[in-house]
Design a protein around this ligand. Structure first.
Ligand code: TNX
Length: 525
């Protein structure tokens, strides 16, 4: 062996130790749970400064026979398998579980509420406890954010993974944390909607409101009125080909969402925003002539004939079919911007339609204008524009859902040069979207009056899933946090650092996000 190769022989192992140290440094082995960039911010985090290692033989133990618990475990296993390259197994456990495993159990009396959880991570074990499977699912989403960003991509295996130790005790402030997707102005495929559901699930949101009908398109198959979807769903804004969901496809979306503890609330917007229906059936029009399909973006020009009995037969059929395929408690009946409906007719209509919905065992959600009518028991008013309507609704004893357009509209441009979006309610930068509190937004309307928060994405300008992602990210995590985290724990200057750390997660997930200058993204973006 000459001198050169002797030196190499000595140096090689040294160099590889050096390289490995460098690599592990760049992976930043987490030991401080308090520094984890969790969104929504949990109610309490206490760190113990060590780490749990997910190894080749780590298993996920399910302590109950409840299939929903097994589902949460399977979700975690599916995240860990590609990340570690190990076949992380879900096992049925009972009694003592050996060290080195992840344990999921549903228990009563934890005082964590319907959606809260306690996540206790030690060197030896990850213990996840909740009173419900939903709580376990949210704990799994927290664990997901404690894992390296690569968990969001389908990138290949890279060995053991460490999780910082400590205890997280967490529960949401509001029971309704949602987003609306307008599939009427532009149609989105089942696959796109599922991706949207994935976004909501990652941030512990629990409602997907689907805006299924509007002037430009009817997007759900109604078997007793087939032309609604076939004709009324055939176009979209701009004149392109539209589309609709068969009832089977809708059920597929509902089930996919339910497996992620997300309830689908379908909306049939009426009596205005009904041109697609009026174009599909001549008899629904006052003059008995079908309208033309509409591919523009004006609002307020269409109305059902509120004094025709056929209109209520039509609505009865639609609600009956929709109620039958919707397991959630609520159906949304729209009621916004009915500028071509006389006020008396509007009131008569909204009162009758609420009764139809309750005849099919469902409760009503409607835009805030419903407060002009009688808000029947159980009906929720979705506040988007009018403080007066919000007060009228609460005055009638109703609860409200907060979606103020100036703060919560995902279709508003970030700033004047944003290529997509509208700005009638203003520009909504990422900080503007975050800095507000539903419980103080309207004086006199308090937390007890509010079921939660919803951020709607209207799709006049949004034509495909990449554009959806650009409008939704990075604002959506902020809405999720507003719905989940107590206002006293929320602060933009602290939040923006956590949000910045999520940039690499968005990238790993292939999300085309808007890299706002308000957020201190790491140098790579
Ligand atoms: C108002 S918000 C509407 C929608 C539009 C949206 C655009 C509401 C209840 N009605 O019809 O799509 O503005 O931002």
């Amino acid at each position: 062996m000459n001198r050169k190769s002797r030196i190499l022989k000595v140096m090689m192992p040294l160099a590889s130790v050096f390289l490995m140290t460098l690599m592990s440094c760049s992976q930043e082995i987490p030991t401080d749970l308090a520094k984890a960039n969790l969104i929504p911010r949990p109610v309490s985090v206490s760190a113990t400064g060590e780490s749990f290692t997910v190894k080749q033989n780590t298993g996920i133990y399910v302590m109950d026979d409840n299939p929903e618990v097994a589902e949460a475990a399977a979700f975690l296993s599916a995240l860990l398998k590609p990340l570690t390259g190990y076949g992380i197994e879900v096992k049925k456990g009972s009694g003592e579980v050996p060290a080195g495993n992840i344990v999921l159990s549903v228990e009563d009396g934890l005082d964590t509420g319907k959606e809260g959880y306690i996540l206790d991570i030690s060197k030896k074990q990850v213990s996840v406890k909740a009173e419900t499977p939903a709580g376990l699912f949210y704990a799994v989403q927290t664990i997901r954010q404690l894992l390296p960003a690569a968990v969001e991509s389908s990138s290949p295996a890279n060995g053991p993974v460490k999780i910082a130790t400590g205890v997280i005790n967490d529960r949401p402030v509001y029971g309704y944390r949602g987003s609306m997707l307008d599939v009427s102005r532009h149609f989105f495929s089942v696959e796109d909607v599922k991706r949207y559901v994935d976004f909501l699930a990652a941030y512990k949101m629990n409602v997907l409101h689907l805006h299924l009908s509007d002037d430009q398109g009817w997007r759900i198959e109604i078997k007793s009125w087939p032309s609604l979807a076939l004709h009324g769903g055939s176009k979209e804004v701009g004149g392109g080909e539209g589309g609709y969901y068969t009832q089977e496809q809708y059920t597929d979306i509902v089930n996919y969402a339910a497996a992620r503890h997300i309830t689908v609330i379908p909306e049939i917007d009426m009596p205005g925003h009904t041109n697609a229906a009026l174009a599909s059936y001549a008899e629904l029009n006052k003059n008995k002539k079908a309208t033309e399909l509409y591919t523009g973006t004006e609002v307020g020009f269409s109305s059902l004939d509120t004094r025709s009995e056929l209109t209520y037969k039509f609505i009865d059929d639609v609600i009956r079919e929709l109620a039958a395929i919707t397991p959630g408690e609520y159906l949304h009946i729209g009621g916004d911007e009915s500028h071509s409906t006389k006020k008396d007719d509007y009131i008569y209509f909204m009162n009758r339609v609420q009764d139809i919905v309750s005849a099919y065992g469902k409760k009503v959600l409607a835009w805030d204008e419903i407060a002009l009518a009688t808000v029947k028991p159980g009906t929720i008013a979705q506040v988007w524009a009018s403080v007066e309507n919000a007060n009228l609704a609460v005055g009638q004893g109703a609860k409200v859902l907060m979606s103020p357009a100036k703060k919560a509209y995902l279709d508003m441009q970030y700033h004047k040069d944003t290529p997509l979006g509208l700005h009638w309610a203003g520009y909504i930068e990422v900080d503007t979207a975050y800095i507000w509190d539903p419980a103080t937004y309207i004086p006199g309307i308090d937390q007890e009056d509010i079921v939660g928060v919803e951020a709607p994405l209207w799709s006049e300008t949004v034509t495909n899933i990449d554009e959806v992602e650009f409008m939704v990210f990075p604002r959506l995590p902020g809405y999720a946090e507003i719905g989940w985290t107590p206002a006293a724990l929320r602060n933009w200057d602290e939040y923006k650092l956590r949000l910045a750390a999520h940039g690499e997660r968005f990238s790993a997930a292939g999300i085309d996000y808007y890299a706002s200058e308000k957020v201190p993204w790491p140098a790579t973006k």
